[in-house]
Design a protein around this ligand. Structure first.
Ligand code: ZN
Length: 249
């Protein structure tokens, strides 16, 4: 038996509330029986569920979505008139409107949550950059620092280090921007030729230079030089990509 729009529409309007577990319990068996036979309503339900699941995932951890939801449902319940319906169920106009309002609220919340998240990650990135620059300045200002030129085919830079210390500041100009799948990796060269990782960095878009603080496991006097290569995002245990900068100590 095919479903016509006439007896299909009432179920459509129950879907937003059903997706939020806010449907009247007595309406659930009727809707679920219809869902079993109607792929269109199942598809629509899937979309509503995606919105409500996405909202819960996207919200910052401090927000209490279940409490907000409970309050919304409670307010709705208090404004609802008791229905003494018999026979074929019809959807009161306010309930039809509620479906749209609910979806609009969900979308608005989702948009706000995404905005908050983007601002949070921007702030974290700026804080990270500020800390890196402050550490680099501290290394530069430390007495007895040595300044070495970093040379490469396209890029150039400066390395400031104190041979007795384990921290150095690297400044590089002219490094190509990288796609998200790649990173620059610093290598400390041991006398036996082995390379130890000196950390990862990537230029920020629109920045003419990049600064990176190298934290070495041992004093720099125990290494013979330094190199920078392009590696897959997350770094490599040993250099695999092209060398773009380097120097001898
Ligand atoms: Zn249907």
């Amino acid at each position: 038996m095919s479903v016509t729009n006439g007896n299909h529409e009432p179920f459509r309007e129950m879907l937003p509330a059903y997706a939020l577990d806010a449907l009247d319990p007595e309406e659930i068996p009727m809707l679920e029986a219809h869902l079993d036979t109607c792929p269109e309503c199942r598809a629509a339900l899937k979309q509503y569920r995606a919105v409500s699941d996405g909202l819960l995932l996207a919200l910052p951890p401090k927000s209490p979505p279940p409490r907000v939801r409970a309050r919304l449902i409670a307010r709705l319940a208090s404004s609802r008139a008791p229905s003494a319906s018999a026979g074929r169920p019809t959807r009161p106009l306010w309930q039809v409107g509620f479906g749209f309002v609910l979806v609009a609220l969900l979308l608005l919340n989702l948009a706000l949550a995404i905005q908050v998240r983007s601002l949070q990650s921007q702030q974290a990135l700026l804080t990270q950059q500020l800390q890196a620059n402050q550490s680099a300045l501290a290394v530069v200002a430390y007495p007895g620092g040595r300044t070495l030129s970093l040379t490469g085919t396209r890029a150039a830079g400066t390395l400031i280090l104190n041979p007795e210390m384990n921290t150095a500041a690297l400044f590089a100009w002219g490094l190509d921007p990288l796609d998200p799948a790649h990173t620059y990796q610093v290598w400390l060269i041991q006398p036996d030729g082995h390379r130890l990782s000196g950390g990862l960095f990537r230029p920020e878009p629109g920045q003419p230079f990049v600064s990176h603080v190298i934290a070495s496991p041992r004093p720099f006097s125990e290494f013979t030089g330094l190199g920078v290569t392009i590696e897959p995002s997350g770094g490599s245990p040993a250099p695999t990509g092209p060398r773009v900068l380097g120097t001898q100590f």
